[in-house]
Write a protein that binds this ligand. Structure first.
Ligand SMILES: [Fe+2]
Ligand SMILES: [Fe+2]
Length: 472
């Protein structure tokens, strides 16, 4: 491990001067991107952050105050487990590739570049949120997520530089040129161009959108391309905290909402400065339907190719008994003449849907927890996930209309219900109106409950951010 190097790493960069020089050339461009597109303000403040310093499962991170531009973004690959052959697809049983096989170069580059764009994109989407943080605890967590997405960008750029030569270097440059939401050079996937201008959306993003990332990374973590497998394995370690922020963040909003609903004589949480349950439901409908798009088309030859080539497996491939998946079929709901019917498709072409199934199940688990929180407050309302067919603009349900429970509707029927199901301009304005910063240690905005614990054993009123007084 070389932490004193210009780029901390466990990939022995020092022994590859050409690669090191290329990355050192990219580094100032990354920093200027961070200054331009990373958190707006706060760059001179000291934030209590976790920094990855090794891949040791007994202590891979260090916590300390750091100014964000001084954060030590490093390159880490998980340790190689015992020599494991490729676990699935047409190359099953063969030795994993330590280098890119010529015939898989294009497909592998596409996988890496698609993942890579999501990392800086989310930082760009969240750049204004620090100004309205509901507490120091949340402010620090936002920045933790942001710097780690920056490190994930480094992880992807390392793969591009090391294994894809000139093309890879060009892709790495392009990663700093596209901008979330820019009409001329947007980020690759639509969800990463949605603005995240208030904190309810931040929690929805880290709950639903980052969770797509978890499933994508997990399905790459057993890739036949060994460096990609080990790179994504370690990214998952950091990702777990992002998902925690989302899931517990929503739970805290729900808890406060339920508390205020019970307290107000007319059961209106808004009257007491909270976010009412129906509004939270609309945000879930919007962000969940946006995130499920990220899994790709229901029937997909790309997904089949990724699996066949051994580059991208299923979530926890070891759970399955058949790792070739040539003979199996998958039964899915398709729309025929305006009606839903079951159709059987070859398993390999349905792998996007298989991954989406795992994701939806995980999200349902979180919804059950939030409902327990509502129930504990003595309220009868319940949250739910909309049908995966609802509000889709990609895949086979795109262009059709469905209710939140998944029944086919005409356009008129859908439009008549739209404001009941999705955030309206007035809802957005209301949520935005609540966004006032709370920077006193241990204090929380009116619409969110405190967390159960502080970060890493600290008390909830810990001074997670030390402001540089000259900046204020
Ligand atoms: Fe990430
Ligand atoms: Fe993340």
């Amino acid at each position: 491990m070389s932490l004193t190097d210009s780029i901390p790493n466990n990939v022995d960069l020092a022994s590859d001067p050409k690669l090191l020089r290329a990355l050192e050339k990219w580094q100032p461009n990354f920093l200027s991107w961070w200054r331009d597109m990373g958190p707006d303000g706060f760059q001179e403040d000291k934030i209590w952050l976790r920094t990855a310093i090794s891949v040791d499962s007994n202590g891979w991170a260090q916590y300390d105050y750091v100014k964000m531009p001084d954060y030590r973004w490093g390159i880490f690959l998980a340790e190689r487990k015992e020599e494991r052959p490729i676990q699935f697809g047409d190359h099953i049983g063969k030795t994993p590739w330590a280098d890119v096989p010529g015939e898989l170069r294009g497909i592998l580059r596409r996988i890496i570049v698609t993942q890579a764009h999501t990392e800086p994109a989310s930082v760009e989407q969240q750049r204004l949120l620090g100004k309205t943080a509901p507490s120091l605890y949340d402010l620090r967590n936002l920045f933790q997520v942001n710097v780690e997405e920056g490190r994930h960008l480094w992880a992807m750029v390392h793969l591009l530089h090391q294994y894809f030569g000139r093309d890879g270097r060009e892709e790495a440059e392009a990663l700093l040129e596209r901008r979330s939401g820019d009409p001329d050079k947007p980020r690759i996937l639509q969800t990463f161009n949605e603005t995240t201008s208030e904190w309810l959306s931040f929690f929805m993003f880290t709950m639903f959108t980052d969770r797509d990332g978890k499933y994508q990374l997990a399905s790459l973590s057993e890739s036949g391309f060994d460096p990609l497998a080990r790179c994504t394995q370690f990214m998952l370690t950091e990702e777990a905290f992002h998902l925690f922020c989302g899931e517990t963040g929503i739970d805290r909003v729900v808890r406060k909402s339920a508390e205020l609903t019970a307290k107000d004589p007319n059961g209106d949480a808004r009257k007491l400065g909270g976010i009412d349950i129906p509004t939270i439901q609309k945000w879930i409908n919007f962000w969940f339907s946006s995130a499920v798009e990220l899994f790709g088309g229901e029937i997909s030859s790309n997904a089949a190719d990724y699996f066949a080539t051994g580059l991208k497996g299923r979530y926890r491939e070891d759970k399955y008994s058949d790792h070739v998946a040539m003979e199996n079929i998958y039964s899915m709901d398709v729309l025929e003449d305006g009606r839903l019917t079951k159709r059987e498709v070859p398993m390999r072409t349905a792998l996007n849907e298989v991954l989406r199934d795992e994701y939806v199940e995980d999200c349902e688990r979180a919804v059950r927890k939030w409902n327990k929180t509502i129930e504990a407050a003595g309220l009868s309302e319940r949250l739910f996930l909309p049908s995966r067919r609802f509000n889709r603009s990609m895949g086979m349900y795109a262009g059709f209309h469905f209710s939140v429970t998944g029944e086919p509707l005409t356009r008129e029927q859908f439009e008549a219900k739209r404001d009941e199901w999705l955030p309206t301009a007035a809802d957005r304005a209301y949520v935005q109106s609540l966004m006032k910063p709370v920077y006193e240690p241990g204090q929380f905005a009116s619409w969110i409950a405190p967390p159960l614990h502080g970060v890493k054993g600290t008390p909830i009123d810990y001074e997670y951010v030390k402001f540089n007084e000259r900046e204020r």
